[in-house]
Design a protein around this ligand. Sequence first.
Ligand code: AVJ
Length: 323
Amino acid sequence: MNPPHESAVQFHDMHPPAEDLRAEVLHGLAQRPRRIPPKFFYDQRGSELFEAITDTPEYYPTRTELGLLEAHGEAMAELLGRGGVLLELGSGSSRKIRLLLDALRPALYMPLDISREFLLLSAGELARDYPAIRVHAACVDYSQGLALPALPEGLPRAAFFPGSSIGNFEPDQARQLLAHVTRALGPGGRLLIGVDLQKDPAILNAAYNDATGVTAAFNRNLLVRINRELGADFDLAHFHHRAFYAPGHGRVEMHLISDCLQQVRLDGQRFRFEAGEGIHTECSYKYSVEGFQTLAARAGFAPLAVWTDRDQLFSVHCLEVAA
Ligand code: AVJ
């Protein structure tokens, strides 16, 4: 009864070697202001903490996007083209992709994620639950480009990039990443992308400073990871979570702030932190509908449709690779 590929996930490992963490952390700590890229949040614990963030009452993006996928899934599937190839960038939450797979029924589903363990686990579960869909998982760092295994010809191609993860990129990098997606999809290919909207800063500040401190734990887990994987000696008692909306940039920023003068050792080097000095760990850019369409147009995408919730918190765009 079941096709032979049932439950079998074909796996393509293009994961950056562990040394990339070391090199990027050393590089980022030598810069002023110091910074570490947010892609390193997502070790096993970090992925769990992010899931926990999405359950906090303050963090509206996930449930708002889910509501849009539930309400408009059929219209979205219509525009993406059924029975084709579906790429997913950053296969985070399985709830979103299940809604889309139910509506879209692609022939081939290809989740792309930097977190190998999380990816394999969720791809395996999806392959089991959707035996008619071929699943090819690829462990990639898509901030470095979009090197993909060859895609089958002659099928409609679509990509799903949920969660406003595009907001983690500087607008210029975001444009470059979207340009990589246009190349992977080819003319006529379609992108469904979730983008968090500009809004009252009080809502944004609350979303990144939840009362129970899950976001703080998520941010600080980056240092736990660096201590464990790179043998650094960050003192977690003296680095604190700070997150705020920066209106001049149209983005939320997260930082880890030292509360005293201290030195951190990593790889035989010492990094000195003044009291109040920090590490910038994340930008989360917020867009207007028009602002995002303008950015996407510069990457070769034409707008087809956009859905927003009634409170104008979040947007889901469908875009087409222009000929
Ligand atoms: C997964 C990048 C969309 O920017 O809102 C959540 C990550 N950071 N709380 C975001 C995050 C702090 C999230 N993205």
